[in-house]
Write a protein of this length. Sequence first.
Length: 191
Amino acid sequence: MQLSGLVLIAFCFFSQKAQAQLVYKFVKVECNGNASRVRNESCSLKAINWNVGVLNGELVLLGTVWNPIIQVQVFKKDYANQFKPFLIDVKLHMCQVIERKSFIPYGVMMWKILKKYTNLNHSCPYSGHLYAKDGYLTSDVLPPFPQGVYIFSFMFSDENSTHTEYVGTLKLYTEVMEKVKSRKKPKAKGN
Ligand SMILES: *[C@@H]1O[C@H](CO)[C@@H](O)[C@H](O)[C@H]1NC(C)=O
Ligand SMILES: *[C@@H]1O[C@H](CO)[C@@H](O)[C@H](O)[C@H]1NC(C)=O
Ligand SMILES: *[C@@H]1O[C@H](CO)[C@@H](O)[C@H](O)[C@H]1NC(C)=O
Ligand SMILES: *[C@@H]1O[C@H](CO)[C@@H](O)[C@H](O)[C@H]1NC(C)=O
């Protein structure tokens, strides 16, 4: 499934290559946490221009997340405005990716993004105040997706040899579209 997803995305890449530049614009965000593992979680988007909305978010971990697992799932909005699973459904063992014991492509992408925009830029485990600042996606870190509206869902859990505990979820509604070029920039004021 995962490999066929990559192959299909690679196919989309080659068939879209000659076309206009794509942008991945965050349009809505939802986050929630397991109240016995997370406090004070918040997340929000700020519009920067026609092509970019940036993500800010934070939370406080109660205790320690020793072995974070991220389940990444992608959903695409169809013609009936329903979100349907879209190719990617993968479970990332982030400590292994960070320690370079796993080179799973989506894990490597995730780690690049986390290092750039969050304070999760160190090896396992994680505790305390975690945040993401002014995060956004660009076409050079992601495989090209067909144009449309997606949900990128990230479900975080903590796993040991016997238990898996849900920690929290981040859902990013993202519009994949051609870059808007000719219009004037909106005033750089955020909301
Ligand atoms: C959550 O926020 C409240 C209000 O700002 C603060 O008093 C509390 O200490 C915070 N909780 C944690 C676990 O940091
Ligand atoms: C991790 O990110 C924080 C916040 O951006 C920064 O202050 C810190 O120096 C970074 N640490 C490493 C090891 O890159
Ligand atoms: C796994 O996690 C559970 C729940 O936190 C804990 O009770 C258990 O002792 C842990 N097991 C191991 C082998 O660390
Ligand atoms: C939240 O975490 C607690 C332990 O810290 C666990 O027992 C519980 O199952 C988790 N909740 C969910 C919805 O997974």
